[in-house]
Design a protein around this ligand. Structure first.
Ligand SMILES: [Zn+2]
Ligand SMILES: [Zn+2]
Length: 347
């Protein structure tokens, strides 16, 4: 038997005992070490997003290999290897998977692939079984809590690649939560000028520490005027909206200049339609696109950036909380003053 944390009701997470999974052919048993609490799980906790209870959350996971199933390559995967897990369930066979766009797989959420008796990605538990194709090595001296951030960084790598940032571009990032701040770090690695729009003074401060060239409060300055002013009237080359507010998505489309790229990074709650001028799109050649989840290659890049310490996301971790206090961890994760809260498993 083993322990898992399950959502059992709105704002209620409890620890239950379930059967410990056994790795099947091609699978590996992973002992979970750390699991970060993403906005998605926070929305489930708060009742904004709905899942059938009971449900095991946790998709930002690091751990170690505990046992190899039959036919797993023993030269590549060894007991004790530190790994990050890609828990998005993808089939490898649909049109999008075959095109390398596994983040858009037709089977996402449709079949359980972690060996657990309760639905959900399953990172908030002691063990998981996954196909070895979903393991990504992280180096020995990388802390598990940092390794658990492989998934959110991979999401941001996907977004940054869709933004096609060129050297010296003006990149506006709306919102400086965890995802906005990851975008700040990654945009700086592309040699962009990074401007952050954020209402919280503390978050603007951290954006600066992490490399933002300019920050402003959109409640004090008109965001569209502000961006026009600092780009000689052109508008930004790239605007990335990391907030869930549709009115801001509308503003994002008005902050971008000719040939610019607008990325709708965050899911929208509620999803209110926005209006847009087709003639402006015609005349400016702007691109409006989305970004959702990481593909396999994004995950590969993410674990390399973390392992090589090219990206050091420690400032985005507000607190590491032991598994027994998972209820408290969720309460803290949903407090807007906090960045990522990490649940750490016992030894
Ligand atoms: Zn996530
Ligand atoms: Zn697929």
């Amino acid at each position: 038997m083993m322990k898992v944390a399950v959502f059992s009701d709105t704002e209620k997470v409890e620890i239950r005992e379930i059967e410990k999974p056994i790795p099947k052919k091609g699978e590996v048993l992973v002992k979970v070490k750390a699991c970060a609490l993403c906005t998605w799980e926070q929305r489930i906790f708060k009742g904004v997003s709905h899942v059938p209870f009971p449900f095991i959350g946790g998709h930002e996971v690091s751990g170690i290999i505990e046992e190899l199933g039959e036919d797993v390559d023993e030269n590549r995967w060894k007991k004790g290897q530190k790994v990050a897990l890609r828990l998005l369930e993808t089939c490898g066979e649909c049109y999008y998977c075959r095109m390398g766009e596994q983040n858009l797989c037709e089977m996402i959420g449709k079949k359980r692939q972690n060996g657990l008796a309760i639905p959900g990605p399953g990172g908030l538990g002691e063990y998981l079984t996954v196909s070895s194709t979903r393991l990504f090595k992280i180096v020995d001296d990388l802390a598990f809590e940092v390794g658990a951030l492989s998934e959110p960084l991979a999401c941001v790598i996907h977004s940054i690649q869709r933004a096609h940032i060129e050297i010296g571009n003006d990149v506006v990032i709306i919102g400086a939560g965890v995802m906005g701040l990851f975008h700040v770090m990654m945009s700086k690695k592309q040699a962009a000028r990074v401007i952050v729009s954020e209402v919280s003074e503390e978050r603007r401060r951290l954006a600066k520490v992490l490399g933002a060239d300019d920050t402003f409060n959109p409640l004090q300055e008109d965001p569209i005027e502000k961006i026009k002013k600092i780009t000689e009237g052109r508008g930004a080359d790239v605007v990335i909206n990391t907030t869930a507010i549709s009115k801001i998505a509308q503003q994002a489309t008005q902050m971008v200049g000719k040939t610019g790229r607008v990325i709708f990074y965050s899911s929208q709650h509620p999803d209110s339609p926005i209006s847009i001028s087709p003639d402006w799109i015609h005349n400016s050649e702007i691109t409006i696109t989305g970004s959702v989840s990481p593909s396999i290659s994004d995950f590969q890049k993410s674990t390399r950036l973390l392992s090589s310490r090219i990206i050091t996301p420690e400032p985005l971790i507000s607190e590491v909380i032991p598994f027994e206090k998972v209820q408290e961890a969720f309460q803290k994760a949903t407090d807007p003053r906090n960045y990522r809260i990490i649940v750490k498993m016992n030894e």
